[in-house]
Design a protein around this ligand. Structure first.
Ligand code: 26Q
Length: 821
């Protein structure tokens, strides 16, 4: 299919102000059809993005030629989420075109910053897992490595959050309604996805199985977002698929004569990529989600094989040239799909297909919470993907023979390890499928990887110890320092040069300035600038007033019981009661900042949001407090907001119950930007402690082992904390004495009950006293400005390990076998 030629363009890639000006004019005038003088910021943002995109496309061709010439092995990162945020600022920066853009925009009477703010966030993810995928793409391109993202082009990203009388309300984020200048449609690479149908057991194919027949087809249309590395040399892509109904399908059903039914079916097909599932923990078991997962897998595998066959004669060497990384179990149907295509379509024998599949696939686990582990009902798979179910049975049969050889006669072990769980409703354990079908299984922080091996799947570890490894997460310093914190970036550049941007370990050089008065002053000034910038944004967007002279104590992340925002707000209540009931005057003015979304169906998380807002309402208006303590819940947390909040923080709250947060990545972003961490020994906090040293971080609370002991012995009796600690009693009683639930008596009773009646799975009260105590110490140290600034500088200087460049180099070396080209 050939595309219509577009109108001639004055120049393809703008390199001078004149070129860029001409291009902007062209896109506004002839593509958008508006007079440039009347263009809105949004229009200019689009036009500028399209102009910049030309550069990306040129460089993408050059990059592809390089990869082909080097006959590079390629890595494909399959993920149901890519939480990209905005792209204009980062792309301009990577290409070094900021100055040029600023100059040209003057003519339009707007600043570059105004235009950057007009770009909607691409919120195609829930939180950590999706943002990690986006950081990885940035690092791959910045390291000149052939690594590509495959995902879904959701029409609606993560819901928008509004706060209404303290309650979370959701509204749809129809981001594709607005123009999407970064998306390039690749209709020539459209593919067909089979669904439903059945196995014809009366016939046998060469491979011994009956054929899969009568399936229906959905069409996957790819859209590419170019991913440019720092410096602009390498441009990879993120390929996102939209679902469409197929022509044959349309013709078939329309010819059937039932016009309305035909249109309904067409709408059904297109529903598949409508919306991102908004839960990052609780797992729904919904047919549409299963179809989404298979849709991604089927499109991605088809595309990967087609590209391989363009350059190679057969799929015999597929594994030499291809690595497929499964971002959690969400794309783990890849194992069955690769087997299906290799055997049913390309005629491979089981043994060869299996060797290839295992050698290509690798699986990353991101969670230890049992309720987040994916399990699909066999009955649902039978209905939607009968051939895949059949293959999973066969994979399991052969796998259990291995188990039998390793542990002869051990039926218990077979049950534990089986890909099938025989509960009231028989289910497939997707993590087991991913582990069996992969050559590598990794966790995302040292502690988490150890817990995967010892607690989550110890028997798999016993069987395949060499398969298990750790890859501690990281974040991209381009977005999370350079772009989000220009003040600090300038200070670094002036002090140690600019090499740190591509080699974060160079921040070590800042250590020698930790006691330098002038550097300390400049460092503290950068922090103050960022606090003022945040205060202004928050005032404009939600009317909340923040005092930049106060300590900014920040917890921003998804709202979840295991992350314990509740522990934080209970401690804030304590500090409030100390002022109003004990007559204590605080020595430090403090602003406790919260932001984050709760899954729409997660009742307790939503009630915690309401509690935070109710406490804010009371504390912020109490004259006795006199502004010394403030609470702010900033609505609609998203990547672009994180870029403003994180650089402004003095204190970073990382307080999950030990053994529950796989890694955390916000913890890394804060510390890089000169916040000190108050945290438990959980996830990557453990490694942050190792790097920054115990004097430069505030660690409190139970260890993983202590939590585990209490769980085993059933010895967490929350009532005992309530009865023995007057402080804890007073805090909890304030939840039910209507101090905070003005006009809505009893609304926080469910929190009180959960904490005291055995429902506190995350042991809030066990850690509350040590948490209060460490905050006391934090307050004392914050007052000693030089001491605090020194610690903050050392935090930043010692965060080199947590660049996603380091993480990607480890994946490339240990798992993917890919190289820079
Ligand atoms: C699964 C099935 C159906 C619907 C939704 C889901 C689903 C979606 C998203 C399950 C989990 C997620 C997201 C998980 C996540 O973000 N995990 C985080 O990953 C980060 C990157 O490794 C870690 O730093 C965090 O510790 C971890 O919580």
């Amino acid at each position: 299919m050939s595309k219509p030629l577009s109108a001639p363009v004055p120049v393809s890639t703008p390199v001078t102000a004149k070129d860029l000006d001409a291009l902007l004019h062209f896109y506004l005038n002839y593509v958008a059809g508006i007079r440039p003088a009347q263009a809105s910021k949004h229009d200019i943002c689009n036009a500028l993005s399209l102009a910049i995109r030309n550069h990306l496309i040129d460089n993408q061709f050059v990059t592809e030629d390089r990869y082909q010439k080097a006959d590079s092995k390629r890595m494909y990162y399959l993920s149901m989420e890519f939480l990209i945020g905005r792209l204009l600022a980062s792309n301009l920066h990577s290409l070094g075109l900021e100055k040029l853009a600023q100059e040209v925009l003057q003519k339009y009477g707007v600043t570059l910053q105004d235009i950057e703010e007009a770009e909607p966030d691409a919120a195609l993810g829930n939180g950590g897992l999706g943002r990690l995928a986006a950081c990885f793409l940035d690092s791959l391109a910045s390291l000149d490595m052939p690594g590509f993202g495959y995902g879904i082009n959701y029409e609606y990203g993560l819901f928008k959050q509004h706060i209404d009388h303290g309650y979370q309300r959701e509204s749809p984020d129809h981001w594709l309604h607005e123009d999407a200048p970064w998306l390039i449609e690749r209709s020539e690479a459209t593919c067909n996805v089979p669904l439903y149908g059945h196995i014809d057991h009366n016939r046998k194919c060469n491979n011994g199985f009956g054929p899969w027949v009568d399936w229906q087809t959905i069409v996957g249309v790819p859209f590419d977002i170019p991913v440019v590395g720092y410096g602009g040399r390498t441009v990879n892509y993120l390929r996102l698929y939209s679902a469409r109904s197929s022509n044959e399908f349309d013709i078939q059903i329309f010819n059937g004569g039932d016009y309305i039914k035909a249109v309904e079916e067409k709408i059904y097909s297109e529903k598949i990529t409508k919306v991102l599932y908004p839960s990052d923990s609780c797992w729904g078991g919904k047919e549409l989600r299963l179809i989404q997962e298979y849709f991604l897998v089927s499109c991605a595998i088809r595309d990967i094989l087609n590209r391989h066959l363009e350059q190679n004669n057969s799929l015999d060497n597929l594994a030499d040239k291809t690595a497929i990384q499964l971002n959690d179990t969400h794309p783990s149907l890849s194992v069955a799909e690769l087997m299906r295509v290799l055997m049913d379509e390309y005629g491979y024998e089981w043994k060869d297909a299996w060797e290839t599949t295992q050698a290509c696939c690798a699986y990353t686990n991101h969670t230890l919470l049992p309720e987040a582990l994916e399990k699909w009902p066999v009955a649902l798979l039978q209905h939607v993907l009968p051939r895949h179910l059949e293959l999973i049975y066969e994979i399991n049969r052969r796998f259990l023979m291995e188990v039998e050889a390793f542990w002869p006669g051990d039926e218990n072990r077979q049950q534990i390890l089986s890909l099938f769980e025989e509960s009231h409703e028989k289910q497939v354990r997707m993590a087991h499928l991913a582990i069996v079908g992969s050559h590598s299984v990794n966790g995302v922080a040292a502690l988490h990887s150890k817990l995967v091996q010892t607690r989550l799947v110890p028997d798999f570890f016993a069987l395949y110890p060499e398969r298990f490894n750790n890859k501690t997460n990281g974040v991209t310093p381009r977005r999370w320092i350079v772009q989000s914190n220009p003040s600090l970036t300038h200070l670094f550049n002036d002090t140690i040069g600019t090499d740190w941007v591509l080699d974060l370990s160079q921040l070590k050089k800042l250590e020698q300035y930790a006691d330098d008065a002038a550097f300390q002053r400049a460092f503290a000034q950068a922090k103050l600038d960022n606090k003022e910038r945040l205060a202004q944004v928050v005032r404009e967007q939600s009317g909340i007033m923040l005092n930049p002279a106060s300590m900014f104590d920040v917890q921003v992340k998804r709202i979840h019981e295991y992350k314990r925002q509740l522990l934080n707000i209970l401690r804030v209540i304590h500090e409030y009661l100390r002022i109003v009931e004990d007559g204590k005057t605080p020595e430090v003015a403090k602003t406790c900042i919260f932001a984050g979304k709760a899954a729409p169906g997660y009742v307790m998380a939503k009630l915690i949001i309401k509690l935070i807002n109710s406490v804010a309402e009371v504390v912020n208006h109490d004259p006795v407090v006199g502004g010394m303590l403030k609470v702010a819940f900033i609505p609609d947390y998203k990547v672009s907001l994180a870029e403003k909040i994180i650089p402004a923080a003095n204190l970073s709250e990382q307080i999950s119950t030990a053994g529950t947060e796989a890694s955390g990545t916000g913890n890394m972003k804060f510390s890089m930007n000169g916040a000190l961490t108050v945290g438990t020994l959980d996830g990557a906090n453990v490694e942050i402690l190792e790097e920054v040293g115990k004097d430069n971080i505030y660690i409190f609370g139970l260890s993983t082992e202590e939590v585990e002991q209490m769980r085993l012995q059933n010895s967490y009796i929350s009532k005992e904390y309530y009865q023995s600690s007057p402080a804890i009693k007073r805090i909890l009683d304030s939840l039910v004495d209507n101090r905070f639930c003005r006009g809505e008596p009893g609304i926080f009773n469910p929190i009180f009950d959960m904490l005291l009646d055995g429902g506190d799975y995350f042991y809030h009260l066990a850690d509350l006293e040590s948490y209060i105590a460490i905050h006391q110490q934090i307050d004392e140290e914050f007052m000693q400005e030089d001491l605090w600034t020194r610690k903050a500088i050392l935090n930043t200087a010692r965060m080199g390990k947590f660049s996603s460049d380091r993480t990607i180099l480890e994946y490339a070396r240990d798992i993917w076998g890919i190289q820079s080209a």
